[in-house]
Design a protein. Sequence first.
Length: 242
Amino acid sequence: MFKCIGKGQVFTIILFLALAIPGMPHVVQAALIKAEAIKNLISDHVEKNMPWPPGAVRVDFPARIADVFLPAEKVNLEVQNRPDEDYIAETVFIVKFFSDGTLIKEEAVRVRLEVLTDVVVTVRALEKNKEIAAEDVKVLKKWVRRIPANGVTTPAEVIGKALTLNLGRNREITRNVIRPPILIKKGNRVRIVLDKENLNVTTIGVSEEDGEVEKVIRVKNSSSNKTIYARVTGNSLVKVEY
């Protein structure tokens, strides 16, 4: 018989076959490794080494894998991946075949890996600039071949934010279509605060541009009629920083 070796575990797969080689007067022992056994070994290797939660990866083999026949009494199999393997998208694993510790064959196997991830989608059609509420969104599962850099996986990442465009029902929300809500609009009266060490001054002004939280905007001081720059810290509230 022969064994398949995954990382940290050994699997007994199949019994060897006795084969008469044409032109030879004696019978040698030969091992037959079925394609399904190779697939199972690779799938197990992925499950043991991937960074994703158990059961979160779907393994597919886009190219046909042939059975492997080797003239050896006992064959051990080992799966090897690239040092920078991400365990997602299209990749290649190397299956190595050993007999008595000696490498006798290598096979490159193409593998397609899809990861199950959470995505946040709209419950109903939402308009541009609308502040997103908890009841506006829900979480769905989605198979992906890459993890998008602008992906959103939890409602907390979007609730309280505003959309930069219109989104229909059941549309995925990503980071590039949301922004902090506008707290102050152009022309709004605002309270201007200067708070530094022992100096605390409050006055009234008018915003000269829209602003979301933490944005620095132009504000005209109603007392001095001068335009200053202040940071938005709340609804109708800005802070002068020196």
